[in-house]
Design a protein around this ligand. Structure first.
Ligand SMILES: NC(=O)c1ccc[n+]([C@@H]2O[C@H](COP(=O)([O-])OP(=O)(O)OC[C@H]3O[C@@H](n4cnc5c(N)ncnc54)[C@H](OP(=O)(O)O)[C@@H]3O)[C@@H](O)[C@H]2O)c1
Length: 97
């Protein structure tokens, strides 16, 4: 099956899993946007990745992150955190962008 290049948002991009996702998505030809909590942390990412500063606990920061995105890879933090409010916040941002 032919693959389609997508605009992919990686949540948790500066984490141990997220950094691997960013690298692999770029390698596969996707346009990668990384959600980062601070601009300084973005420096550790591949330079091909676009960075957007935002925080899952601040829904007002997420609209810019999801704007124009085809897919989201969610590698945020610990499982117990991921089950709470942050996942809902990004779903709401997608619905309103
Ligand atoms: N590592 C493993 O071997 C492994 C194995 C199986 C499953 N997992 C699961 O995979 C997921 C990621 O694991 P990981 O090891 O990559 O975790 P990690 O290294 O702790 O990375 C967590 C990422 O989430 C970001 N983050 C945390 N709170 C955030 C918030 N409020 N808003 C935006 N971003 C936030 C962190 O940003 P900062 O850099 O700013 O802190 C970081 O980029 C977890 O659910 C874990 O349970 C991991």
């Amino acid at each position: 099956m032919a693959s389609r290049n997508m605009r992919v948002l990686v949540v948790g991009a500066t984490g141990s899993i997220g950094q691997l996702v960013v690298e692999e998505a770029i390698k596969q030809g996707h346009a990668v946007r990384a959600l980062v909590r601070s601009a300084s942390k973005a420096r550790q990412l591949a330079r091909e990745a676009e960075s957007v500063v935002g925080d899952l606990t601040r829904p007002e920061t997420l609209s810019a992150a999801v704007d124009g995105i085809d897919a989201i890879v969610f590698t945020h933090g610990r499982m117990e955190e991921a089950r709470r409010r942050p996942r809902l916040s990004i779903t709401e941002a997608c619905a309103t962008s």
